[in-house]
Design a protein around this ligand. Sequence first.
Ligand SMILES: Nc1ncnc2c1ncn2[C@@H]1O[C@H](COP(=O)(O)OP(=O)(O)OP(=O)(O)O)[C@@H](O)[C@H]1O
Length: 293
Amino acid sequence: MTPDLLEQGAKRVQAHVAALEARTGQTESGGRAAGFSRLATPGEVDVTHGRILYLEDVSVSFDGFKAINNLSLDIAPGELRCIIGPNGAGKTTMMDIITGKTKPNTGTVFFGSTIDLLRYKEAEIAQLGIGRKFQKPTVFEQLTVFENLELALKTNKGVKASMFFKLDSAQRDRLAEVLHTIHLAESVHRLAGNLSHGQKQWLEIGMLLMQDPKLLLLDEPVAGMTDEETERTAELFLSLKGKHSLMVVEHDMSFIRTISDIVTVLCEGSVLAQGTLDQVQADERVIEVYLGR
Ligand SMILES: Nc1ncnc2c1ncn2[C@@H]1O[C@H](COP(=O)(O)OP(=O)(O)OP(=O)(O)O)[C@@H](O)[C@H]1O
């Protein structure tokens, strides 16, 4: 279903609810009426049920091999969820499913309680507000930090619109805020190609932030970073928590310890354990398949 169709559907439903109220003086049962009205803005994420991401019984097979196996998982709005697990556990495949790169064979994947992500293509899912950062930074090395961030706002616009694109004052303010958040305010005019590996990672996160994603998926964000860069990345993520929801896949346990509330352990395509880092680290099954290696 496209956002246009969602909007049309929401308008129809709102008209229905208004007519019902006018006729009977009664509203629909609370949950239904509330759910209907929230569809009015396409892409708006309904988190009134306390979940921004919801996966249930999701499975996907590659040539008969179940990479994701009845996976169920949910994330609260503003939460910073860490995902750990051995190589081949299905962490990347899970992110591929959430972002529409891979379609599961079975299961349910919802963004909030009304947006069925399985109905959308990868580009549409990005526009709905799910940003993804892959492990390797992919900034434009020949452009400055400023130009990279500016470019992030131009994506989704046509070629002509991009050529004449000028930042308005709200966008300038946003860019300044993002620069500060990603610790690159003093490097604004440097070429991205001259930044350190860690700074490139922050710049790419900044490019995602320019689009104000509701949910950010981050795959091994501190791999290859120095200790100092890792510490600053932890500060960055903690500052994003609450404003955005984050799902962070990492192997670096000291980084996880600094940023995590709840940690989910994936193994063989499903959730093996979940809890605080101390709880999952004490779990015999987790020690056997992952930590004890
Ligand atoms: N397109 C594909 N075709 C065939 N097999 C695949 C495909 N994508 C993933 N797999 C397999 O699915 C399993 C899960 O892979 P995935 O990359 O999701 O694991 P991961 O937890 O991200 O591992 P890592 O920590 O090494 O990145 C692996 O056995 C992998 O070989």
